[in-house]
Design a protein around this ligand. Structure first.
Ligand code: G3P
Ligand code: CA
Length: 372
């Protein structure tokens, strides 16, 4: 029987935060480990998730795709060659294909062409070997986990460490899979039910960039839902398919957020939507100034997570880079501080260790200022 996770937080963080402030208790913004501690281990492996929990992450984030026999796998995209050794298996050589995924041409090996038993013959490897060469030491040590396996591991780790660990689940390519007769919603809800994670105090949050699938999940489950918002000019694939012209920038406006508030509990915004690089000339704000997204979302009671904070210079805005080497570690703590100052409710990061430390330092600074 599946072990039960205890809740990591209530559905609407903002409401609880207001209540907490009234009683002088502080609700901290959460640190969410993106694909596990993917700055330290190959992403989406059990080791990456365990490492994140050991480092103090409040929640783990993971992506879901599906096999031809309808098993949910923990992978970032349905093409397998960037994060597994599939290309080195002669028996699968003829399975290599090209197709359009969410309107983008892709080539490789696709999960919808593989059964679970076939996927289980593969091993996981580092997606960014040149940027994160240390992580390649773990290549080949683990297979591709199913959602079932990750949930069982998180339940065991929560018990072992005596604290609840949240799980933010993102459905990838739901329209693409549905067009091939592979519905993701039913297996997802069945898996959560089996693990007794479908109740009102479940620590699971459901997320998607597509909007229709999130609306379906919101109506068919009582779980917290987060609408992901990509780069400003991009569009949710399901809206693009029906000719809806709205971009993520449109969904981040007050009107867009009101629409999201009809079905979701929060947003998961690309970090540039909250702290636009170079400021926001349209509103006259300068470099480092926050957009109105957090304020507008909070007015509606929507929580705000930002993604993805990564420690390497390559991913950091200019003021937080240290030196010229793109793979060198920069000032992630400074970036975390900027988002905490902007009032976000959660930081989704490849480096949960650094984010947890930065959050603690930020809290200590605040306490010192209050005392002084
Ligand atoms: O959780 C949001 C974030 O993970 C979305 O981006 O591409 O890493 O899934 P991606
Ligand atoms: Ca994701």
């Amino acid at each position: 029987m599946a072990q039960t996770l205890s809740p990591v937080r209530p559905v609407r963080t903002i409401a609880s935060r207001t209540q907490a402030a009234a009683t002088s208790l502080v609700t901290l913004p959460t640190v969410v480990a993106h694909r596990g501690a993917s700055g330290h281990r190959p992403e989406h492996t059990l080791d990456a998730f365990r490492t994140a929990i050991r480092m103090g992450a409040d929640e783990i984030e993971l992506d879901l795709v599906i096999t031809s026999d309808r098993v949910l796998l923990v992978r970032h995209e349905n093409e397998l060659s960037r994060s597994t050794d599939v290309a080195h298996h002669p028996r699968f050589a003829r399975r290599c294909a090209t197709r359009s995924v969410d309107g983008v041409p892709a080539a490789g090996w696709f999960t919808e062409d593989f059964t679970l038993a076939e996927v289980k013959q593969l091993t996981a490897c580092e997606r960014r070997p040149r940027l994160r060469p240390g992580n390649t030491a773990y290549d080949g040590l683990e297979g591709v986990p199913t959602l079932d396996e990750v949930l069982a591991m998180v339940a065991a780790e929560s018990i072992r460490r005596g604290r609840p660990v949240g799980v933010m689940l993102e459905l990838k390519h739901p329209s693409h899979f549905a067009a091939r007769g592979l519905d993701m919603v039913a297996p997802l809800l069945a898996t959560l039910r089996r693990h007794r994670l479908d109740g009102p105090h479940s620590p699971v949050t459901l997320m998607a960039f597509e909007t229709a699938v999130l609306q379906e999940l919101a109506s068919r489950s009582g779980l917290a839902t987060v609408q992901l918002l990509g780069r400003a000019h991009e569009r949710p694939w399901d809206l693009a398919c029906v000719g809806d012209p709205r971009t993520y920038a449109d969904l981040a406006t007050p009107a867009g957020l009101e629409w999201i508030d009809q079905y979701a509990d929060g947003i998961g915004a690309h970090k540039d939507l909250v702290l636009p690089p170079g400021g926001c000339p349209a509103s006259g704000s300068e470099e480092g100034a926050a957009s109105h997204v957090v304020r507008d979302a909070h007015r509606l009671g929507l929580t705000v997570h930002v993604w993805t904070l990564r420690a390497e210079n390559l991913f950091l805005p200019a003021p937080h880079r240290i030196g010229d080497d793109p793979s060198a570690i920069g000032d992630l703590a400074g970036e975390v501080r900027a988002f905490l100052d902007a009032g976000v409710d959660g930081i989704i990061t490849d480096h949960p260790d650094l984010a947890v430390a930065a959050r603690a330092a930020h809290v200590a600074d605040g306490e010192r200022q209050q005392a002084g």
